[in-house]
Design a protein around this ligand. Sequence first.
Ligand SMILES: Cc1cc2nc3c(=O)[nH]c(=O)nc-3n(C[C@H](O)[C@H](O)[C@H](O)COP(=O)(O)OP(=O)(O)OC[C@H]3O[C@@H](n4cnc5c(N)ncnc54)[C@H](O)[C@@H]3O)c2cc1C
Length: 290
Amino acid sequence: MRNGISRRVSQRFVAGEKLEDAIEAARTLNRGGMSASLDLLGENVSDEAGAQRACERYLAMFDRIATEKLDANVSLKLTQLGLDLGEELCEKLLEKIVEHATEQGNFVRVDMEGSAYTTRTVEMTKRVRAKYKGVGTVMQAYLYRAGKDIEGLLAAGCRLRLCKGAYKEPAEIAFPEKKDVDANYVNLMKVLLPSGIYHAIATHDPAMIQATKNFAKERKISPDRFEFQMLYGIRPDLQRRLVREGYMMRVYIPFGTDWFPYFMRRLAERPANLAFFLRNLVPRASHDGP
Ligand SMILES: Cc1cc2nc3c(=O)[nH]c(=O)nc-3n(C[C@H](O)[C@H](O)[C@H](O)COP(=O)(O)OP(=O)(O)OC[C@H]3O[C@@H](n4cnc5c(N)ncnc54)[C@H](O)[C@@H]3O)c2cc1C
C-alpha cells in the first residue's frame, strides 16, 4: 500500500481516501442520471474497536447522503463489522446501520465475500430483513449453491445483487469455467427479474447485459423494475449508454485507505489490468537503478 505506483494505479478503481471524494463522485454520477452505492473499503477487521469504528462511519455516511440529498445507498462487508470476531457483535452492528438506513428510507447492501462467509451472510441478512426492510445482499453466480440460496432470500423478501463472483473458489463449490458461470448467471437473472422485487444485475459483460435486456423485453418487465450496476472506473462508456437507453444504473464507489484487497481483486479478474499496472511499473523501475 505504500508503493506509489500501486497507489496511482488503484485510483482508477477507487474514488479517493476520504468520504468527501466518494460524495463528489456520487454527485457527478447523479448529475449523469446514475445512482451510487458508497463502499467504505475495509474487510476482516481483527478487533472490536475497528468494527465499531466502521459502524460509526456508516451511520455518518447515511446522514451525509441525506444532507446532500444524494441518490445513493451503501455497500458494506460483514467482516468489516467484525464477523471474524463473532456473529453476535457483527449482527448487532449491522442491525444498527440497517435500522438507521430504513428510518431514512435508504438501503444497505451486504456485499458477498469468500465462501467461508456465505452461509453466515445469507442467514444474517434474512434475520435482519425480518426486522427492517432496508437490507439486501449479493449472490455469486459462480457458486453451485446460488440457486438454492436465492429461493430462501426471495422468500424472505430480500433485494439481491447478482454478480459473477470475485474470489478464488475451489471446483467443489464453484464453476471453474467462465462459460458455466455465464450460463448460471443468465439462469439466475431469469429467476430474479420476474420475482416482483427490485434487484440489481451487476456486471460489465455485454453478453449478460444483452441477455437481461432481451428477457425483460420478452416478459414485459419495465426498465424501472430492476437496475444494472457496475464498478467505479470500469466501462463508464457502457454505464452512460445504458442510461441513455432508459435503464437504471447504479455505480459502486469504493473509497478509503484500505484499498489493497479490493485493488488486487480488480487486477486478478482481468489480465489487461495487470498489464496496465506492469507498464506503469517498468519505466519507473529502470530509473530507480539497482
Ligand atoms: C456493482 C458490483 C458489485 C459487486 N459486488 C460483488 C460482491 O459483493 N461479491 C463478489 O464476489 N463480487 C462482486 N462483484 C464483482 C463481480 O463478482 C465480478 O468479479 C466482476 O464484476 C467482473 O465480472 P463481470 O460480470 O463484469 O464479467 P467478466 O466476464 O469478468 O468481464 C466482462 C467484461 O467487463 C470488463 N471488466 C470486468 N472486470 C474488469 C476489471 N476489473 N477491470 C476492467 N474491466 C473489467 C471487461 O471489459 C470484461 O471483458 C461486484 C461487481 C459489481 C459490478
